[in-house]
Design a protein around this ligand. Structure first.
Ligand code: NAD
Length: 348
């Protein structure tokens, strides 16, 4: 019972159907008068609608997944040219990630309006990709000052993306249970996240326009991310970062594919995590619970279908080996990692 738990200072609003008003209130509260709005080209129209009542200095839509360093540099230049006093990101983890890259060097405050279940909005973790290597770091400056979860903004997220993104959220929770700073508090957050996501994601898949199901998915997403931010990156995240940075794979789908393999490796060596996950899934074991959820959701199950060759998957093992957390419950040498990645590639 000896541990140090750090809570991140952030305002979190669940405000279904009220994102525009909530954003105006949060901008006033954070004294942001000339925001730079960051969204993908696809999300730009929504971002414009949500910020119509604000004095937007510039809308920036040059957003790429995994935040390539040159994309980050361009966004920082735009922020400087327009003399902005805050950042508003509307969209998935890619839009949030770019806002974080700008905040990292400028200290500008961020208001986040997520539209996927990536969960980046609730962490103080940034990521940048240079020459195929994704670096991550922790900095309090990149933690959004406020997050507005409006479930109505996610009803248009296609079921396939909702499922993969929701499993990315689930992975934050599962991996938190054996991450370097796992503690009894983030374990409670992670367990409740798994319980809520295991119920919400099938409901979202069955009824994509259900606002209660979408709000529940956001609730699980938020809890999972706070658990992840507090506990740190476990083996699962290390593997996905190597794969995402090296091969530019889709982030959410990669998480969906890799998670069952890391669970199968670690659960037998982590009795507390095994018990918590089985209970949260309402299943005889953690793996049985995850398998039942995957059978219901039918997410991508192989790295092969994401476009990776078997040789690439196996070759990534060496890069993962150098970043395996000491806290990982199962031994993970090169042979174990190669076997895991080969299984994830084939879906076996
Ligand atoms: P994304 O932001 O790239 O979004 C995926 C796709 O969904 C995009 O094409 C986007 O335009 C579309 N989209 C988003 N919202 C939509 C909506 N409501 N309706 C229809 N389409 C919509 O991907 P993501 O999975 O949300 O985020 C992945 C990125 O986030 C990665 O770069 C990852 O590293 C980062 N991430 C960071 C953290 C962190 O703590 N730093 C945590 C999780 C993810």
């Amino acid at each position: 019972m000896d541990f140090l738990h750090e809570w991140l200072p952030q305002r979190v609003r669940f405000d279904t159907g009220r994102a525009t008003a909530a954003l105006a209130e949060e901008a006033a509260s954070a004294a942001i008068a000339r925001p730079m709005v960051i969204a993908t080209p696809r999300g730009a129209a929504l971002a414009r609608t949500l910020t119509a009542g604000l004095d937007v200095a510039v809308l920036h839509d040059d957003v790429r997944e995994h935040v390539p360093a040159d994309v980050a540099e361009r966004a920082r230049t735009v922020a400087g040219e327009h003399d902005v006093d805050g950042l508003i990101c509307v969209g998935g983890g890619s839009a949030t990630g770019l806002a974080k890259a700008v905040a990292l060097t400028t200290g500008l405050p961020i208001l986040a309006v997520p539209t996927t279940y990536a969960g980046s909005e609730a962490t103080d973790i940034w990521g940048l990709t240079t020459d195929g290597v994704k670096r991550t770091g922790v900095d309090p400056q990149v933690l959004p000052k406020a997050v507005i979860y409006d479930a109505a903004l996610t009803v248009g997220l296609p079921v396939g993306l909702s499922t993969s993104s929701g499993l990315n959220a689930l992975a934050h929770a599962v991996d938190a249970l054996w991450a370097p700073r796992a503690d009894p508090i983030n374990a409670v957050l992670a367990t409740e996240a798994v319980r809520s996501l295991a119920a919400a994601l099938p409901a979202v898949a069955a009824t994509p326009d259900s606002l209660p199901a979408r709000a529940d998915a956001f609730y699980g997403t938020y809890l999972a991310s706070t658990a992840f931010a507090s506990a740190g990156s476990g083996l699962h995240h290390k593997i996905c970062h190597v794969l995402g940075g090296r091969y530019d794979l889709p982030h959410a789908a990669t998480h969906a594919v890799v998670l069952p393999h890391v669970l199968a490796l670690n659960a037998p060596h982590a009795p507390d995590a095994e018990r918590r996950l089985a209970e949260a899934f309402g299943a005889p074991s953690a793996s049985a619970g995850l398998r039942a959820l995957y059978d219901e959701l039918d997410p991508p199950r192989t790295l092969r279908e994401l476009g990776l060759s078997e040789a690439q998957a196996v070759e990534a093992a060496a890069a993962v080996l150098s970043v395996v957390p000491e806290s990982n419950p199962a031994p993970a040498d090169l042979e174990v990692l190669e076997t895991l990645l080969r299984s994830a590639w084939a879906g076996s």
